[in-house]
Design a protein around this ligand. Structure first.
Ligand code: SF4
Length: 476
């Protein structure tokens, strides 16, 4: 993967209710959410009587053969899914949506997140005779729905999700309903949009903009939203839990033109950059970003420091995700293929290079070298998040400590990272700064998970779950 030095979100979901172009709009919605998952894509569509589905490996365009595969998907309710998974889980059997036939008819589901008690549940269900098609945790949920004795489908879903723990934003579709659910902690985002006739639900609001839909609100933590011929209604069947929205959505995952957790992502992201400049000032001539994800934070750093923002690195957007390095010589040049420098901007300058996060540091090390090769007199790296010290168990592919370069904020450890990446200085945003800014933003009930920085997990994964996660057996 070109972006193998960044954490990855594991999925994006999108749904439409009451629109004759539901399939096409879902296809476009998945395009807008492509950054949330690039390994497989799928759409399920209902015409009110039957649900049809297409899913395949690859980016949205590849999975739908540039739109040709949409032909047989006709209907007015649809849901779609983009998936990213860690190696080993990347197979068509794990692609979503999942579509089942059971006693109530058909049910399609799409999941963003990660369930942390699936190991135990799965073993229990297999002992009782359940047969699973995939290794995805989401499949367990549809099994649980199918077993439920509750009366209505939304109640069956509530019953099923009452057995699982972890992070989930789910979309479900019956032949006549679109149903959205966010876990009681609200780890992953899910929002509702509307036009005159249609409802939409998506991981991020940027997907609504393509269809001129208005952002209405977030699905609340612990809420089940049902959209059917009677309109939108909702209920809260779960025990309330401490809000734990993933702070990394503000730092890196969500697009800056999206609203997530009730906030325009651009705002906190820019403030992280401003705070970074206050915490780690430096005498320099230009501020540049690692494009595209650090652009907004770099602008914030520039505004606060008064140091001019320049475009110093150019990213090549046209490299195929599936580009294979044929040999070592090509491999060594792949960062140069992905990024190039604007030499006139860098030559002889003291450069502040802003990135949003460091996982392994390997790409950043090569970027620092590139910037120096282009004549920069000094390279000062500033990171708009704290050192990532801990794995994530809630749907992000940082599942072992061994994947992480930074161990803690201690000066000597930060200096080891500085030496590794070859920078003249290195400064991370503090956890206090990060949390202080995040709490100024977001919806009234916002509260944040920052476990990968602080080690304070809202829910503790159990030993067996840890084992499963480390073996990459149950990512959503
Ligand atoms: S551990 Fe980090 S990446 Fe995972 S949900 Fe919490 S803040 Fe997000």
């Amino acid at each position: 993967m070109w972006d193998d030095d960044k954490p990855h979100e594991e999925c994006g979901v999108f749904g439409v209710f009451n629109n004759q172009q539901a399939t096409d709009l879902t296809y476009l919605g998945l395009y807008a959410l492509q950054h949330r998952g690039q390994e497989s894509a799928g759409i399920a569509v209902s015409n009110g009587e039957i649900i049809r589905m297409h899913k395949a490996m690859g980016l949205v365009a590849e999975a739908f053969e540039n739109g040709a595969a949409l032909e047989h998907l006709k209907g007015h309710i649809a849901l779609g899914h983009n998936r990213y998974s860690t190696t080993g889980n990347s197979q068509i059997l794990n692609a979503q949506p999942i579509l089942i036939k059971y006693k109530r008819g058909q049910l399609a589901s799409a999941h963003n997140g990660n369930l942390i008690n699936v190991g135990t549940l799965r073993m229990m269900m297999e002992d009782e005779g359940s047969i699973f098609q995939s290794t995805a945790d989401s499949e367990i949920v549809v099994h649980l729905v199918a077993r439920s004795q509750e009366e209505t489908v939304p109640e069956m879903i509530a019953d099923a999700l009452g057995h699982v723990e972890g992070a989930y934003s789910f979309l479900f579709m019956t032949d006549t309903q679109l149903i959205g659910v966010r876990d009681p902690h609200g780890f992953r985002p899910l929002c509702i949009g509307k036009t005159d006739e249609s409802y939409f639900m998506a991981s991020e609001s940027c997907a609504f903009d393509i269809m001129d839909a208005e952002y209405v609100r977030d699905v609340e933590p612990g809420e089940i939203v049902v959209i059917d011929e009677n309109g939108l209604h909702s209920f809260f069947p779960f025990e309330p839990a401490k809000p734990s929205f993933c702070i990394f959505e503000y730092i890196y995952f969500a697009r800056p033109d999206s609203k997530v957790f009730g906030e325009n992502v651009d705002k906190p992201r820019r403030r992280f950059g401003r705070r970074l400049a206050q915490e780690h000032p430096i005498e320099a001539d230009v501020v540049i970003a690692v494009p595209d994800s650090a652009n907004t934070a770099a602008l914030g750093y520039s505004e606060e420091s008064g140091i001019r923002f320049e475009i110093g690195l150019i990213r090549n957007h046209y490299l195929g995700r599936t580009f294979i390095d044929p040999n070592q010589a090509v491999r060594e040049r792949k960062v140069k293929l992905k990024f190039n420098t604007v030499k006139g901007v860098l030559k002889g300058k003291r450069v502040v290079l802003v990135d949003d996060s460091i996982v392994r540091g390997t790409t950043l090390k090569q970027l620092v070298r590139l910037v120096r090769q282009s004549g920069a007199a000094e390279v000062h790296v500033r990171v708009s998040s704290p050192p990532i010290q801990n794995p994530c168990f809630y749907g992000i592919d940082m599942q072992t400590k061994g994947e992480l370069i930074a161990v803690n904020q201690a000066e000597d450890e930060v200096d080891q990272v500085r030496q590794f990446i070859g920078a003249d200085s290195l400064g991370y945003l503090s956890i206090e700064g990060l949390l202080q800014i995040a709490t100024e933003f977001g919806s009234e009930n916002a509260g944040y998970c920052s476990a990968c920085f602080s080690g304070e997990y809202p829910m503790t994964p159990r030993e067996d779950v840890n084992k499963m996660l480390l073996e990459n057996k149950c990512s959503g």
